[in-house]
Design a protein around this ligand. Structure first.
Ligand code: 6R9
Length: 647
């Protein structure tokens, strides 16, 4: 129904547009006709040491191998910083606002260069060299992007870890990545809560045991809270780094050398580390952010994503800086110490482009329009969102109340694996439809298939796949190319399967229908139900369990766990199970509800029917459908009683 709602281009957006509708069409046609020529042209958006003459090389069939710009060499930090020193050394590159302060730290490109170089030299002094992994676990402070860029400068591969991970989850990632150095802070503040990051890292390093390759830990003091330092391993960040030279010769990397690993959840087993290249990733970051977030002089882009997500990598650090823009970070919450905190900051820093997740929009919307209207948000010219589906009503609120109808809302669909935006509007050149991520960017060969992998033409619904490689495509999973092939390329040989379902309407607009695998999305955090089930199942008292996602008005989805005790003697409480998940993965993955049940609905072959669990947990008990495939239909009645007698 909402297919027919078009939001036409506002005159102000048309004025700011980089492309007219016909230029956009011409670009799309050219990319289709001559992909290599098109992507070699786009490669000119970044700075190369020696520019590439080759586009794509490899194959998405059989033995999947993906390479782009193989004969090009570059350094990502040079493209993000040094290449701008001749014309905008004194332009602000990074605004970093710390909660509890009135003034932000503003680093010009020249200052950013100095800070990155000092840390790069310090890391080299610690023995880090080309190809070594460095783990970064920091709050949203200047040192986070600086640490990423310092790794890039010396050819080290950064692995940014989310501050909400448990010690166990960190230990697993440190060992898997083989990180040699860790850069962390003593504490992260989230409103009135404090997360003792250093203490958790100490526990993680203990748990990591003898397999762990970490020999140095740089610790940034973000608060006055005391913390322990292990002599010989732990080093105070600024006491050490500030002594190094403010210039550092960049390491010249091959386009296909990895720039970073990023852990994300999948539908099976342990979290996987997606590997991104240097050349293709940088072109993709510059291209996608350049097409959708059209930086102009004096633009301030505030993407509220944490640097530990792909959005933080591409939309906070690499994309805006490759394009010579100003990027802003903030380490606080939207409504702390009082509602309206974000609006204060937009007003104070004259933010022109805001990019956030639908979860944040939904919770800000609940605070009412008055709060927004009390602020002068006239600096805004573009509003963006990513990470989860945005409902048409939240989209309209963002557009009408925050953007006053002047600012295009760009709903962008992408993934850790795609590195940058795949579906999204080109502002000013396309009409918008609230709730739709619009269309593929020029050069992106998005297709829909049926469940057998056959491509569907025209309007229809199916599995979202990509038919051609793109420069930012993940190259592999760290140390597990077989899993990479198995996860993404076996569904329909020659196509990359995203794991999402989508509908394409008669105008060619895409509407994401959600994940088709067992990955759920809580407030934009991607969590594998298999990961949660593994965490619960390690308790000897549990015989079997199932984790499902159910709709949630603010978080998008909520996590519900059903657990069967081994015997009636094995008593266990929902609180114990919640704790178990927090310890194994992190508090962010703690279930919203846990039900201890005697059994679960199964097919005759013994498979748990998760579809029914989702319906029961979300209260849709009148539409359970056909139960004839169950081995024991009575189990459903019992389950409904257990779940709903709680109310
Ligand atoms: C960027 C990011 C990827 C998954 C993806 C999809 C969901 C992302 C979306 C969206 C609907 C959008 N997703 N953007 N769903 N509309 N605009 O979020 O990466 O953390 O890897 O998550 O998020 O399900 O497959 P990542």
């Amino acid at each position: 129904m909402s297919d027919h709602i078009h939001i036409p281009v506002h005159p102000q957006a048309a004025e700011n547009a980089l492309l007219t509708p016909s230029q956009l069409q011409a670009m799309t046609r050219r990319a289709h006709r001559d992909p290599d020529g098109f992507w070699l042209d786009q490669a000119e958006r970044i700075h190369w040491h020696s520019p590439p003459t080759q586009g794509f090389s490899g194959s998405l069939q059989d033995n999947v191998s993906i390479g782009w710009y193989r004969d090009g060499t570059l350094n990502a930090s040079v493209s993000c910083i040094d290449s701008h020193l001749w014309d905008r050394a004194d332009q602000v590159a990074l605004i970093s606002h710390r909660e509890g302060t009135d003034e932000a730290e503003k680093l010009t490109y020249r200052m950013l260069h100095e800070r990155v170089c000092r840390l790069a030299n310090a890391l080299q002094h610690l023995g880090v060299s080309r190809g070594d992994r460095v783990a970064i676990s920091l709050p949203m402070v200047s040192e986070a992007p600086i640490a990423m860029l310092a790794c890039a400068r010396i050819g080290a591969v950064h692995v940014v870890l989310f501050g909400g991970l448990s010690a166990e989850a960190i230990a697993e990632r440190l060992n898997d990545s083989g990180a040699r150095v860790v850069i962390t802070a003593n504490e992260i503040c989230r409103g009135t809560k404090r997360v003792p990051l250093k203490q958790i890292m100490d526990e993680a390093l203990d748990k990591a045991g003898s397999d762990c390759a970490v020999d140095s830990v740089l610790v940034l003091r973000t608060t006055d809270a005391p913390f322990a330092m292990l002599p010989g391993r732990d080093i105070d960040f600024h006491d050490f780094v500030d002594w190094f030279e403010p210039d550092c010769t960049p390491e010249i990397m091959n386009a296909e050398d990895p720039l970073f690993l990023l852990y994300t959840s999948g539908s099976t087993g342990k979290p996987k580390a997606v590997v991104h290249s240097t050349g293709g990733y940088m072109v993709w970051a510059a291209y996608t952010m350049g097409m959708v977030y059209t930086h102009r002089p004096n633009d301030v882009l505030w993407c509220t994503a944490d640097v530990a997500w792909i959005t933080g990598h591409t939309s906070v650090v690499y994309g805006p800086l490759a394009n010579g823009g100003t990027t802003m970070i903030f380490d606080g919450l939207p409504s702390y110490p009082q509602p309206g905190r974000w609006w204060d900051l937009i007003e104070q820093h004259k933010v022109t482009m805001l990019f956030t997740a639908p979860t944040a929009i939904r919770s800000l919307m609940r605070e009412g329009d008055d709060l927004v209207n009390r602020h002068d948000l006239s600096s805004l010219r573009l509003l963006g969102t990513a990470g989860e589906p945005i409902s048409p009503d939240a989209w309209m609120w963002y557009h009408d109340v925050v953007g006053k109808g002047r600012c295009p809302v760009v709903d962008t669909w992408w993934q850790t694996e795609t590195a940058g935006i795949m579906l999204g509007p080109i502002p000013g050149a396309q009409n918008l439809k609230p709730g739709s991520a619009t269309m593929p960017l020029p050069g992106v060969s998005m297709v829909l298939t049926d469940t057998q992998g056959n491509v569907i033409d025209g309007a229809g619904e199916g599995c979202l796949c990509v038919a051609r490689s793109w420069p930012g495509q993940a190259r592999t999973l760290w140390k597990d190319h077989a899993r990479f092939q198995q996860t993404y390329f076996t569904f329909s040989p020659g196509l990359y399967f995203t794991g999402d379902g989508a509908r394409r309407d008669a105008d060619g607009y895409y509407w994401i229908t959600g994940r088709m695998d067992d990955v759920i999305n809580i407030s934009g955090h991607r969590i594998g139900t298999a990961e949660v089930e593994e965490a619960v199942g390690t308790d000897k008292r549990i015989a079997e369990c199932a984790a499902v996602g159910v709709p949630h008005p603010v978080k998008g989805q909520a996590l519900v766990v059903f657990a069967i005790p081994r015997t009636s003697q094995h008593s266990i409480t929902p609180e114990e199970i919640t704790r178990q998940v927090s310890l194994a993965i992190g508090r962010y993955a703690a279930p919203d509800e846990v039900f201890i049940v005697p059994d679960l609905p199964r097919t005759r072959s013994g498979k748990i029917v998760r579809r029914l669990l989702r319906k029961i947990a979300s209260g849709e008990i009148d539409t359970l459908g056909d139960l004839s495939m169950l081995s024991d239909a009575d189990s459903v009645g019992m389950l409904i009683n257990t779940v709903w007698k709680k109310e």
